[in-house]
Design a protein around this ligand. Structure first.
Ligand code: URA
Length: 219
């Protein structure tokens, strides 16, 4: 089978807003109550030209102290499984739906997501990744605009606007549930397979065992 090109698979960025500009607009943000309790804003970190962007929920204790996403135990888990997708930490970009830690790591509130998510939306547009990996329910609900649970959504790719989205378990949740950890690792292998079949030049290589899990319209 030859190499084919997907018509309309146009990876051109619509415009260039840099991550530095977005960070400057965020400034010393006071848009929600989390500003009162945070130590540091956790903007995001990684390769501004990443093919794969990971979206988590919100900073935890270590992230709040260090100002970087996924530096605690969840981050260690993530770092450990990236290689299953053929990725290194320096290849990817990581950000959260919320830039500030909710006290006691409680779930994000709707008004906090509303206030903070424009910054994530701009980060996604700036990076313009080939694929967005959403980690856990809050990130998946925000990106896919659905209330469906991660267990139903994971294990396949979804098309959302310009982007291919792969929802999967949050690495912190998977640490508490070995069955989820196995599925998380399976999803990362599927991601590696997708990236290998879709080189950055927009071509598509022949199918593999995972081809049934390639992007398709949402039911
Ligand atoms: N969990 C998240 O969702 N994000 C982080 O940055 C750390 C833990």
């Amino acid at each position: 089978m030859g190499v084919m090109h997907i018509p309309g698979h146009d990876r051109q960025k619509p415009r260039e807003v840099t991550l530095e500009e977005i960070r400057a607009v965020l400034g010393d943000c006071r848009l929600c109550q989390l500003a009162e309790t945070r130590t540091k804003i956790v903007f995001g970190v990684g390769n501004p030209h990443a093919r794969v962007m990971f979206v988590g929920e919100a900073p935890g204790r270590n992230e709040d102290l260090q100002g970087e996403p996924f530096v605690g135990r969840a981050g260690e888990n993530l770092n450990g499984i990236l290689s299953l997708a053929g990725l290194r930490r320096e290849d990817i970009y990581i950000a959260n739906v919320l830039k500030c830690r909710p006290p006691g790591n409680r779930n994000p509130k709707a008004d906090e997501v509303l206030a903070c998510s424009p910054f994530l939306r701009e980060q996604i547009r700036s990076i313009w990744p080939d694929i967005i990996v959403t980690l856990g329910n809050p990130a998946t609900h925000f990106v896919l605009k659905t209330e469906a649970g991660i267990t139903r959504l994971r294990g396949r790719f979804h098309q959302m606007g310009h982007f291919v989205v792969m929802p999967t378990f949050h690495p912190a949740a998977a640490l508490r549930n070995p069955a989820w950890q196995e599925l998380l690792e399976e999803d990362f292998r599927m991601l590696g397979d997708y990236l290998a079949r879709h080189p950055a030049d927009g071509t598509v290589l022949p199918a593999t065992e995972h081809s049934e899990a390639l992007p398709r319209a949402e039911e």
